[in-house]
Design a protein around this ligand. Structure first.
Ligand code: TPP
Ligand code: MG
Length: 365
């Protein structure tokens, strides 16, 4: 895969595969028989689809970073280094039936659920034709079953439970997938949502996406235990972990959870270990580098989820020409989406539409 020295974390720029880590990637895929079976059912097109989705997520972040540097926008929230924790789980959903409830770090769930990439980028430009009509840079699309995050973190957890409850009451077999950041687990409303989903046995797959940090607060500053393994038991839910930098493990662990939900056995709480390879957003890259020792960035940098997956696919026998074609397609899609979004930049929202969609009966003058 191409690297972009001006925009990527320094650890990715001259990235070389560590053989032992590619071995470990394969060992993780083979560790659990149930997961291994699901992964074995994926054909080469599926494997390449996952690869292309990962690249699209990375390129989406690079496009935003480029806009920041060019002064098109003032800042952007990125999911760099955490792409597998979004792409793998969404792959386990059934389009048109299931729902994704992302947090800002999971923006690529939107395009993976079918939302046009140009609309995602338009949200940052606040153009009149952006998904929220220029109101908000959080992105979602009810039409594509992906909910727009609400800014106060944690508030989407009970919403996810509510969507699942509504689906059950309407006799739809939908499963809801919701990510919760490690820091967000400390918001009270998360407890309410998890507990309600558990007691009501709702079909929700929750993923605690532990990227070791919340804004500038390291995990050990807000969480006493080393990880979250005791949380599913605490809520009376089924739960298991996955490698947040291994897209196949992420997919299979989530697919097992989705299947369990679909059969009516209640929610599942998944635990993903990963790392934020930069700042909370583009404005605090330097602070992020001061928050953790460089060795930790080095440790996770070697575990680039896209680089490792690419090496795994090569070993697996996927032809390099097919990998390159997938990459070219991802590049074209993101470039085209960025051009389309920029073309609507001049279309500013009209003030008279400000209350549309806010109140059921807006006051009119
Ligand atoms: C209730 C609330 N408090 C604070 C914030 C500001 N804020 C936005 S994201 C964030 C960090 C969230 O950390 P985490 O849940 O670990 O997700 P990550 O950013 O690491 O993906 C904070 C504190 C907010 N949006 N909502
Ligand atoms: Mg976090």
């Amino acid at each position: 895969m191409k690297r972009y020295p001006a925009f990527e974390p320094p650890e990715y720029v001259a990235w070389v595969a560590d053989r032992a880590l590619v071995d470990a990637f394969g060992e993780t895929v083979a560790r659990d028989p149930a997961r291994q079976r699901l992964i074995a059912e994926l054909d080469q097109d599926d494997l390449l689809d996952l690869y292309q989705r990962l690249l699209r997520a990375r390129l989406h972040d690079i496009a935003l970073t480029r806009w920041v540097r060019q002064g098109v926008i003032s800042k952007a929230w990125l999911g760099t280094g955490e792409e597998a924790s979004t792409v793998g789980p969404v792959f386990a959903l059934t389009p048109g039936l299931d729902y994704a409830v992302p947090m800002i770090r999971n923006a690529s769930a939107c395009c993976d659920m079918g939302m046009p990439l140009a609309d995602m980028l338009r949200a940052y430009l606040a153009s009149a034709d952006s998904p929220s009509g220029g109101r908000d840079l959080h992105v979602g699309s009810v039409e594509h079953h992906v909910l727009q995050p609400v800014s106060p973190v944690g508030t989407m957890v009970p919403v996810a439970a509510g969507v699942a409850l509504a689906a059950r009451m309407q006799h739809r077999e939908a499963v809801v997938l919701n990510w919760i950041g490690d820091g967000t687990t400390k918001a009270g409303v998360v407890h309410e949502g998890l507990n309600f989903a558990a007691v009501a046995k709702l079909p929700v797959v929750f993923i605690i996406q532990n990227n070791q940090v919340a804004l500038g607060t390291r995990l050990e500053q807000h969480h006493l235990a080393p990880d979250f393994t005791d949380w599913p038991t605490a809520y009376g839910m089924a739960g298991w972990g996955f490698d947040g930098n291994n897209v196949l493990d992420a997919y299979a662990a989530t697919q097992l959870a989705v299947d369990r939900c679909r059969s009516g056995d209640g929610p599942v709480l998944l635990l993903a270990e990963t790392f934020r390879m930069g700042g909370h957003a583009t404005h605090d890259e330097r602070e992020a580098r001061e928050t953790f020792p460089p060795e930790l960035f080095g440790y996770w940098g070697k575990r680039d989820p896209i680089g490792l997956y690419e090496e795994y696919l090569k070993r697996f026998g996927v032809p390099v020409t097919r990998l390159e074609a997938a990459e070219d397609a991802a590049i074209r899609e993101v470039d085209l989406a960025a051009d389309r979004a920029l073309a609507s930049r001049a279309e500013l929202p009209v003030p008279s539409t400000a209350l549309a969609g806010v109140y059921a009966n807006p006051v009119r003058d």
